[in-house]
Ligand binder design. Structure first.
Ligand code: NAP
Length: 405
């Protein structure tokens, strides 16, 4: 039964929606759609299954208005909104979210393959949504360093943002939102863009209230058609002292375990290395505590000089981190992807998959998700295992986390 027939309407708050598309992807009945401005819910299709609620990083999705049956706002009306309408006599105030129900639905959504997996049991409790689009924090740029070689095709930058005396706690694996200045062709302010935090929780240097981002200047889309990424070009052109509007933090799942003896298997492509850099740096700084556990990294890039953080990575001792590069565009060499390296290292990968203390993180291009899934399936098959059985177990235990775009 459609929700509108029950005298209720599901709405997305355009004031805080960051257009990440998670809700539309999570909706199995195509009740959510969007135009270039707003994400909206079709009142005659939504059945109130709430699959979209736990995946929303801002809570914009969680609005349930009482309406007179048959008088739901159309999607055309929703497309025109800049904020949710005020409740009227006919439409009483929105019902507050029921935390227990959200928790239950989150647990349901994360038990299988869909939606985010729960955070590792020992992960630090994250702060989320401290600053919103209506109330952003102003950061100051204190560094903007090109990570890729001058001749490389990609301009990837390490950008450091300082938050001064403001309270802005971040954990490795979380995201922040950047609001690019200016407006689009219709004179409307640009939408916020999300970036993974590339520095550990104490900042680029312990005691500094700052964070690093790994940003690639976007000059073409995934099909190599020329485009100019609004936010990435804005960030890559920043200079020391410039001010940036930031919102967040976001993300309560893709977090690293905190307990001694835990291991990480990290698989990334390109700038998807940002959270891996944060986690690796966290572990590097705690090395002398001898907490045990191991780090294994699979890192895909076009070539060595296109790979962000290649230099610093090469300085890390082998006994600290087991690094496996996969280069795809080296002249005279066959194309290699991270999934090829995973297959090559099947013995160790199989051991890690079965190690209850090993947590697995996948970040980067959307396309790698399927390739890595198939590689894990092959590794399992080779060792007499069953990936279809193992994967839900890993996810249920917060041991398998994916963030791909
Ligand atoms: P890229 O340079 O285009 O590609 C990196 C490597 O991945 C290349 O070797 C590429 O090979 C390879 N690759 C392409 N398709 C693949 C597939 N199906 N399976 C495995 N490997 C594949 O990467 P990028 O432009 O940096 O993109 C990184 C992605 O990470 C973006 O989608 C970005 O949104 C996302 N991300 C960024 C952040 C951040 O904070 N900046 C955080 C999280 C995620 P080819 O030679 O075939 O192209």
């Amino acid at each position: 039964m459609a929700i509108a027939e029950k005298g209720k309407q599901h709405l997305i708050d355009p004031g805080i929606c960051i257009r990440c598309n998670s809700c539309e992807e999570a909706c199995t009945i195509s009740a959510i759609t969007h135009d270039e401005r707003n994400y909206v819910v079709k009142p005659d299709v939504c059945s109130e299954c709430r699959d979209c609620v736990p995946v929303c990083p801002t809570g914009a999705i969680d609005n349930w208005f009482a309406i007179v049956p048959g008088e739901a706002w159309s999607i055309e009306e929703q497309f025109s909104w800049d904020e949710l309408p005020a409740p009227t006599a006919a439409a009483p105030p929105p019902q507050p979210a029921i935390p227990q129900e959200v928790e239950r639905l989150t647990a349901e959504a994360t038990a299988g393959q869909g939606g985010p997996a729960p955070a590792p049991w020992s992960a630090e409790k994250p702060a989320v949504n401290l600053y919103t689009e209506k109330n952003p924090i102003t950061a100051t740029v204190t560094g903007n360093l090109r990570l890729t070689a001058e001749g490389a095709s990609a301009d990837i930058r390490h950008i450091i943002l300082d938050f001064g005396g403001a309270h802005f706690p971040l954990l490795e694996g979380q995201n922040i939102g950047i609001i690019p200045p200016g407006s689009d062709g219709k004179g409307r302010p640009h939408f916020v863009r999300l970036y993974s935090v590339a520095s550990p929780r104490e900042g680029e240097r312990p005691g500094y209230n700052n964070c690093a981002l790994t940003v690639k200047r976007v000059v073409e889309d995934h099909e190599s058609r020329p485009i100019r990424g609004v936010c990435s070009n804005y960030l890559c052109d920043l200079e020391k002292g410039d001010k940036v509007q930031v919102i967040g933090p976001f993300g309560a799942n893709f977090l690293m375990p905190n307990h001694p003896g835990s291991s990480l298997m990290m698989i990334c492509t390109g700038t998807g290395s940002a959270p891996m850099r944060a986690m690796t740096e966290r572990r590097r700084r705690r090395r002398e505590l001898n907490e045990g556990g191991s780090l294994m990294l699979f890192f895909g890039a076009r070539a060595q000089d296109e790979l962000p953080y290649h230099g610093p990575l090469m300085k890390l001792p082998q006994e600290f981190i087991d690094i496996n590069f996969a280069f795809s565009r080296v002249p005279g060499e066959p194309k290699r992807y991270v999934q090829d390296r995973i297959r090559e290292r099947h013995e160790d990968v199989w051991r890690h998959l079965n190690d209850e203390e090993c947590y697995i993180y996948l970040c980067g291009l959307k396309g790698m998700e399927k390739g890595v899934d198939e590689a894990f399936r092959d590794v399992c098959r080779l060792h007499g295992g069953d990936w279809d059985k193992l994967l839900p177990q890993l996810r249920g235990k917060g041991r398998y986390h994916i963030e791909t775009y």
